[in-house]
Design a protein. Structure first.
Length: 85
């Protein structure tokens, strides 16, 4: 609806790197995105949790060229940081 009225939007993603990857894909398909708000740097190992790591260029996150969300989880990093069940 906002796009039809020429209104720019700024989606908010306060979640982790998988949600960010999904949000990046959604925003890439929209013509009226001003910017994507995202959480970043909350833990030192965040960039190691994804393959490939999130890429920023000139202050903007790059849209991955891989299928799906464009990322895979680095399971070794996730396991090492997970709480035991």
């Amino acid at each position: 609806m906002a796009a039809e009225e020429g209104v720019m939007v700024a989606p908010h993603n306060p979640s982790g790197p998988v949600s960010t990857a999904a949000s990046v894909q959604v925003c890439a398909g929209m013509k009226n995105v001003n910017y994507l708000e995202l959480q970043y740097g909350e833990v030192g190992w965040r960039s190691d949790s994804l393959v490939p790591a999130e890429r920023f260029m000139n202050g903007a996150i790059q849209v991955p060229e891989r299928p799906g969300f464009g990322i895979e989880l680095n399971e070794a990093v996730i396991r090492a940081r997970s709480l035991p069940l």
